[in-house]
Write a new protein. Structure first.
Length: 310
């Protein structure tokens, strides 16, 4: 077990609901990413293309030219606020995408400068500078620093959790150790881990495992139905992770939209939300989420967040 968090079995936890009476908080994350041409890490549809790799570069670039707008329009039509995992280089290369995210009420979560980057192998000093630089860039553009962090490639160093707290981040979207938020310990205070599903994720599943879009959509529906049933006893979180260049492609979006419509259909017990709102709700109900929580409420959790629970 990771020393960053305590073990506590689900049956041993308090019963209750989220503020407003919902049992299941549903969070839809949209990765909006930028890659440096010919340098660093890449995600490829066609492996093994020799340099200069125009084919995979173009496949990824589709997301910030077309796919992100289609995804945001779909989520807006369904009434689902997006959680935008943003590489800050997108402010320079595709500013229209960030404007579209603001228009639909998305929460901006820090996702590094570029998805060509990885925290792995960084020294603590270099990593701390990197985390602070990303937060400062978002604050300059959005008017408030991000509350949340999600690592490019879900990569970390032994110091990441400590450095995130010291850089002002309050919650992490990288881990699915639980169906509830869990407090992580660090040398400078607690960090809230909000469930982030590595499998209900179009990158790992539709690209990595070559799962068809319709099968992925079935996974989303089954996960939602099972968690909604379980949330009758305790407040739970479901996350869906999409990327602008993957689910933003028309043939995938057509299939995934049907799953998103299922989870967004009006019904009691469901809260369509963002991680900043989940963080605030956890602070407001400390008896439901015991652990090393902050002793006092934190500052507003994130830029561009809808405030109302629903």
């Amino acid at each position: 077990m990771n020393a960053r968090y305590e073990y506590r079995s689900m049956p041993d936890r308090p019963r209750g609901t989220w503020p407003g009476g919902a049992g299941l908080a549903v969070m839809v994350c949209v990765g909006v990413e930028e890659y440096r041409f010919g340098d660093g890490h890449t995600e490829d549809a066609l492996p093994g293309v020799p340099a200069p790799d125009l084919v995979n570069t173009a496949w990824r670039d589709y997301g910030n030219r077309v796919g992100a707008f289609a995804l945001f329009d779909t989520l807006e039509r369904l009434g689902v606020p997006p959680t935008v995992l943003l590489n800050t280089d997108v402010y320079d290369t595709a500013p229209d995408v960030v404007r579209a995210a603001r228009r639909v009420g998305g929460e901006i979560v820090a996702h590094g400068r570029s998805n060509s980057d990885s925290l792995a192998g960084m020294t603590p000093d270099a990593e701390g500078d990197y985390l602070r630089d990303v937060a400062a860039r978002i604050e300059r553009h959005e008017g408030a620093p991000p509350g949340g962090w999600s690592s490019p490639w879900l990569a970390h160093t032994p110091s990441t959790v400590d450095l995130l707290v010291e850089a002002g981040y309050r919650y992490l979207l990288d881990l699915r150790l639980d169906d509830q938020p869990v407090w992580l310990t660090s040398r400078s205070g607690p960090l809230l881990s909000i469930p982030y599903n590595a499998e209900i994720n179009d990158s790992s599943t539709m690209i990595g495992r070559e799962t068809p879009a319709r099968a992925f959509a079935d996974m989303v529906v089954d996960e939602f139905d099972a968690l909604l049933e379980a949330s009758a006893e305790r407040p739970l979180v479901m996350s869906v992770v999409l990327h602008s260049f993957i689910t933003g492609a028309p043939f995938r979006l057509r299939a995934v939209e049907r799953a998103l419509a299922h989870l967004a259909a009006p019904r009691p017990g469901v809260w369509l939300t963002t991680p900043g709102e989940i963080h605030r709700a956890v602070l407001a109900t400390p008896d439901l989420f015991p652990g090393l929580a902050p002793s006092a409420p934190s500052a507003p959790s994130a830029p561009s967040v809808r405030a109302a629970l629903r």
